[in-house]
Design a protein around this ligand. Structure first.
Ligand code: G5P
Ligand code: MG
Length: 223
């Protein structure tokens, strides 16, 4: 099954994507995580992407498309995948269709209002080693400031500062939100209310995915 997660910054794409990976066994491809790793490792791509990420803008389409193409070629995506944060422009959506002519079966738009998003990103913390995501209010680590998995000290993403978050939200409305209508026209769009707890959000996602699996008559089932 091929799944695309749409939604504004902080709506919960990464959180839902990780749960889909765990429950349905689909590899999660998160362009934000891949780009941040490239920046950290100072690769040529990371050097080119750092400025756009730092100011809350989009990284140029050709760089992101090349990154996704490489990831899709890795050999583990034949049975499907979940895309988190890609596509983000109509041009990226068209490139995806050229890379993988099988259409995305399920596109999920996670909806959350801006006040909720700004509050969440204020309280989000990240493990710099394993990229696990926490929230100081709703999903705190077991020990203050330390990752549950590897004891690394949690950090705040540079682009989670309020003025950059506002810019990211603007960019989302200007460039990415139109993908909701794009996929609705293709009959693939499902809307999920993302303003409640993670369990409430994921319960809706499961309904969508289970129905899609049943509809396709596939043997793949949740683990
Ligand atoms: P990213 O990394 O893709 P964004 O801005 O799209 O960044 P972000 O910030 O990663 O999205 P998210 O993944 O949607 O947000 O949200 P999340 O991390 O799961 O959840 C946010 C917080 O809320 C967490 O603390 C979590 O615990 C909590 N939470 C989550 N879900 C729930 C819920 O249901 N209930 C409750 N109560 N809490 C919840 O992209 C970063 C940058 O990379 C570049 C751009 O520069 C971008 O700005 N980039 C691209 N550029 C061009 N094209 C692309 N395709 C690009 N992809 C990335
Ligand atoms: Mg994310």
């Amino acid at each position: 099954m091929r799944v695309i997660l749409l939604g504004a910054p902080g709506s919960g794409k990464g959180t839902v994507g990780e749960l889909i990976e765990r429950v349905y066994g689909l590899p999660r491809i998160a362009t934000g995580d891949l780009l941040r790793r490239a920046v950290q490792e100072k690769t040529p791509l990371g050097r080119k992407a750092a400025e756009s990420i730092g100011r809350g803008g989009l990284v140029p389409d050709d760089l992101v498309v090349a990154l996704v193409r490489e990831r899709l070629d890795a050999g583990d995506t034949g049975g499907g995948y979940v895309l988190d944060g890609f596509p983000r422009t109509i041009a990226q959506a068209q490139s995806l269709e050229a890379m993988d002519p099988r259409p995305a079966e399920v596109v999920i738009d996670i909806e959350a209002d801006e006040e909720t998003i700004i509050g969440r990103l204020e309280a989000r913390r990240l493990c710099p080693r394993c990229a696990a995501v926490y929230n100081l209010r709703s999903q705190p680590p077991r020990r203050a400031d330390l990752c549950d998995e590897d004891d690394e000290t949690l950090i705040r993403r540079d682009d989670d500062h309020p003025e950059i978050v506002r810019k990211r939200l603007r960019v989302y409305h200007e460039q990415t939100e139109r993908l909701v209508a794009y996929y609705a026209e293709k009959g693939a769009l499902h809307r999920v209310a993302g303003g409640g707890t993670v369990d409430e959000t994921f319960a809706q996602v499961r309904q969508v995915l289970d129905r899609a699996l049943a509809g396709a008559g596939k043997e793949q089932t949740a683990r």
